[in-house]
Design a protein around this ligand. Structure first.
Ligand SMILES: *[C@@H]1O[C@H](CO)[C@@H](O)[C@H](O)[C@H]1NC(C)=O
Length: 215
C-alpha cells in the first residue's frame, strides 16, 4: 500500500478511536431522573444542581438478600432503576446470594456482557455459546468468569454453605430473562410451550404449577 494511504488510514483509525471518548465528554454524567420515562438511550438526566454525593453511592449490595424462595437464591441489582448514577455510563452491577442448594437458573442478559467474581463459597457457573459449546467450571473465592452478552448461562451453589458473588455488566440495564420463568411462570399457552420445547404436556403442566404459570 502507498505510504500516504497507510498514513491516512492511521489518522482515520485514530480519530475513530477518540470518538466515543469525545461523545462521553459532552456531559460528565447523567444521573437518571426515574420520574421520567426511559428511552432506548436510558433515562433523562437529573439537574446537576439537585445532586449530592449520595446520588453516586449505592449501599444496597452490602447485605445478604433473603434466599427463602424456590431457587434458594437472590439477585440484588444495582441497575439504573436502583442506582440512577449508572445511567448513561455503560456499567452496572448486582449481588448474587446462593444459599446451600441455591441456583440462579439458566438465564440471559440481552443487553450486556457480564463478569462475575466469587466473594464467598463455591459456585458452579457456565454458559452455552451460539454454536452450543458448553463452558462451565466450579469457581472459588476470588475466581472471576466472563459471560458474553446474550448467551444462556447459570450459577449454582457448589458447596455446602452460602455463596456470594458480585457481578458487573457492560450496560446500565443488562436485562434479565430466566428461561424457566419465561416458559413456565408466564401466560405462554401450555400447548405452545409443549410444542416448542418437546416437553410432554404433563411435564409442562407440572412445571407451570411449580412456577406459577397460567394458560
Ligand atoms: C424471607 O422471605 C420469606 C418468604 O417470603 C419470609 O417468610 C421471611 O420472613 C423472610 N425473612 C426475612 C428475614 O425477612
Amino acid at each position: 500500500m502507498e505510504k500516504a494511504v497507510v498514513a491516512a488510514l492511521m489518522v482515520v483509525a485514530a480519530v475513530a478511536a477518540l470518538l466515543p471518548a469525545a461523545m462521553a465528554g459532552v456531559v460528565d454524567f447523567c444521573v437518571a431522573d426515574l420520574a421520567a420515562a426511559p428511552t432506548p438511550a436510558g433515562y433523562p438526566c437529573k439537574k446537576e444542581a439537585a445532586l449530592t454525593v449520595d446520588d453516586f453511592v449505592f449501599s444496597g449490595l452490602s447485605k445478604a438478600a433473603n434466599t427463602t424462595n424456590i431457587i434458594k437464591a437472590a439477585v440484588t441489582p444495582a441497575f439504573d432503576a436502583q442506582f440512577p448514577a449508572v445511567n448513561g455510563l455503560g456499567i452496572s452491577l448486582a449481588r448474587l446470594d446462593l444459599a446451600p442448594g441455591g441456583v440462579i437458573p439458566l438465564h440471559v442478559h440481552p443487553n450486556g456482557n457480564e463478569v462475575l467474581v466469587v466473594t464467598q463459597g463455591a459456585i458452579a457457573a457456565g454458559f452455552v455459546s451460539s454454536s452450543n459449546a458448553v463452558y462451565y467450571k466450579t469457581l472459588h473465592k476470588g475466581d472471576v468468569m466472563v459471560f458474553p452478552q446474550g448467551l444462556l448461562h447459570f450459577q449454582i451453589n457448589a458447596g455446602g454453605r452460602s455463596a456470594v458473588a458480585l457481578v458487573s455488566f457492560s450496560s446500565p440495564n443488562p436485562g434479565l430473562q430466566i428461561t424457566s420463568i419465561a416458559l413456565f411462570g408466564s401466560s405462554f399457552p401450555s400447548s405452545l410451550v409443549s410444542g416448542t420445547t418437546f416437553l410432554s404436556p404433563a411435564e409442562v403442566k407440572r412445571l407451570k404449577a411449580v412456577l406459577g404459570g397460567t394458560n
